[in-house]
Design a binder for this molecule. Structure first.
Ligand code: NAD
Length: 322
C-alpha cells in the first residue's frame, strides 16, 4: 500500500503504533519497525531524559528501520522537564516525533531546525488546523473511541476523520478504534493515509505487558472501558476495573486532583503491566478492545491487517461495484 504517509515518512505499511505510557518501550518499538510499520517510543515512560537517550540507543541496537518518539504534554502529578526530554530526542538524532496532548508550537522551531518530521495527535479539527499552521508534517486525528485522552468533544472517528480530511492539506492518520484490516480499509475510504493503533499493539507477544493483562484484553468486549477525569476536563478512557470505578465515584463526590491523583496515578497503572494485577491501578484501553481476539506477534499482526485490508479493497469492494 502506498499513501501520502508511507511516501513522506519512508514507512512500508500505513500503520503507526502510537505512544503508550509504560508500554512504548524499545522491544515493542523495534518489533513494529522490523514489521514495516512506525513504532513510537514513549518519552515520559523513561524516568529521566538520560534514560530516554539510553532507550533510544536500545531501539537502534534492535532495528535499523525508522521509528518515532512520542512526546505528550498533558497535566501530570509531578512536573516534567519537557525541554530536557526534547533535547534528548534531538541529540539522539531521532527523525520522527509524535507530539500529543497540547499544541506543539513551542517545540516546533527546535524540531524543524533539527530536520525532524512531526506527527501531531489531536482530537479536534480546530486543533489539527492549528498544528498544521505551526508546520507539523502529519496529523493523527484521534476519535472518541480511543484509549487514553479522547479530548472533551466526544466526536467519533466516523465523523472526525472525513472532517479532518476535508480541511487539512497534510497527511492524516486515523486513530481511535482501529484493530484490524477492516478498520484500515475504512480509514482509507474516509480519506486517511494510514491508521494509528495503541490498544491492539498491547495484546501482542512483544508488548511489555504482563500475560494476565493480555489475556484479560482478549476476554473483554467493547463495553469494558470507563471515562475518568471528565470532571477535571482531562478525560481519559481506561479499562473498567475497581480503580477506574473508584475514580468515577470520587469525581461524583466532587473530589479534586489532590485526592484523585494518588488513586489514578500512572505509577500505579505501571504496576498493572508489571505484576499482572488488573486492579493495581488505572490502565488505558480503547473501545477496540472488543475487536481483540488473540495475542499474535507484531509481525503477524501487521501482515494480517495489511492483507485483510488489501483483500477487502481488491475483492469485496470490487464485487460490490461490479
Ligand atoms: P500522572 O501519574 O502524572 O497522572 C495520572 C493522570 O492524572 C494522568 O491522566 C494525568 O493527565 C492526570 N492529571 C495529573 N495531574 C492533573 C491535573 N492537575 N489536572 C487534571 N489531570 C491531571 O501521569 P502518568 O500516567 O505518569 O503519565 C504521564 C503523562 O503521560 C500524563 O500526562 C498522561 O496523561 C500521559 N499519558 C500519555 C499516554 C500516551 O499514550 N502518550 C498514555 C497515558 C498517559
Amino acid at each position: 500500500m502506498k499513501t501520502r504517509f508511507t511516501e513522506a515518512f519512508g514507512i512500508e505499511h500505513p500503520i503507526i503504533q502510537g505512544g503508550m505510557q509504560w508500554v512504548g518501550r524499545a522491544e515493542l518499538i523495534a518489533a513494529v519497525a522490523n514489521a514495516g510499520a512506525l513504532g513510537c517510543l514513549t518519552a515520559l515512560t523513561q524516568p529521566s531524559p538520560e534514560d530516554l537517550t539510553k532507550e533510544i540507543a536500545r531501539v537502534r541496537d534492535m532495528t535499523d528501520k525508522p521509528f518515532a518518539v512520542n512526546f505528550t504534554i498533558l497535566p501530570t502529578l509531578k512536573p516534567v522537564p519537557y525541554d530536557e526530554y526534547m533535547d534528548a530526542i534531538i541529540q539522539s538524532g531521532v527523525k520522527i516525533v509524535e507530539t500529543a496532548g497540547n499544541n506543539p508550537k513551542d517545540h516546533m522551531p527546535k524540531l524543524k531546525a533539527a530536520g525532524i518530521k512531526v506527527i501531531h495527535k489531536c482530537t479536534s479539527v480546530r486543533h489539527a488546523l492549528s498544528a498544521e499552521r505551526h508546520g507539523v508534517d502529519a496529523i493523527s486525528i484521534d476519535g472518541f473511541e480511543c484509549a487514553g485522552h479522547p479530548g472533551e468533544d466526544d466526536t467519533p472517528g466516523l465523523i472526525l476523520i472525513p472532517r479532518a480530511a476535508d480541511q487539512l492539506e497534510i497527511p492524516i492518520i486515523a486513530s481511535g478504534g482501529f484493530a484490524d484490516g477492516r478498520g484500515l480499509a475504512a480509514a482509507l475510504a474516509l480519506g486517511a493515509d494510514g491508521i494509528n493503533m495503541g490498544t491492539r499493539f498491547m495484546a501482542t507477544k512483544e508488548a511489555p505487558v504482563h500475560e494476565n493483562i493480555k489475556k484479560r484484553m482478549v476476554e473483554a468486549d467493547e463495553l469494558q472501558t470507563t471515562l475518568i477525569l471528565r470532571s477535571l476536563r482531562n478525560t481519559s478512557r481506561m479499562f473498567t476495573n475497581e480503580v477506574s470505578q473508584k475514580v468515577v465515584a470520587m469525581e461524583a463526590e466532587g473530589k479534586g486532583i489532590e485526592e484523585i491523583g494518588p488513586v489514578a496515578s500512572g505509577q500505579k497503572g505501571r504496576l498493572v503491566y508489571e505484576t499482572g494485577d488488573e486492579n493495581a491501578g488505572v490502565w488505558s484501553a480503547g473501545m477496540c478492545i472488543g475487536l481483540i481476539n488473540d495475542i499474535p506477534s507484531v509481525e503477524e499482526l501487521v501482515t494480517r491487517i495489511v492483507k485483510e485490508a488489501e483483500d477487502l479493497i481488491n475483492e469485496r469492494f470490487k464485487k460490490i461495484v461490479a
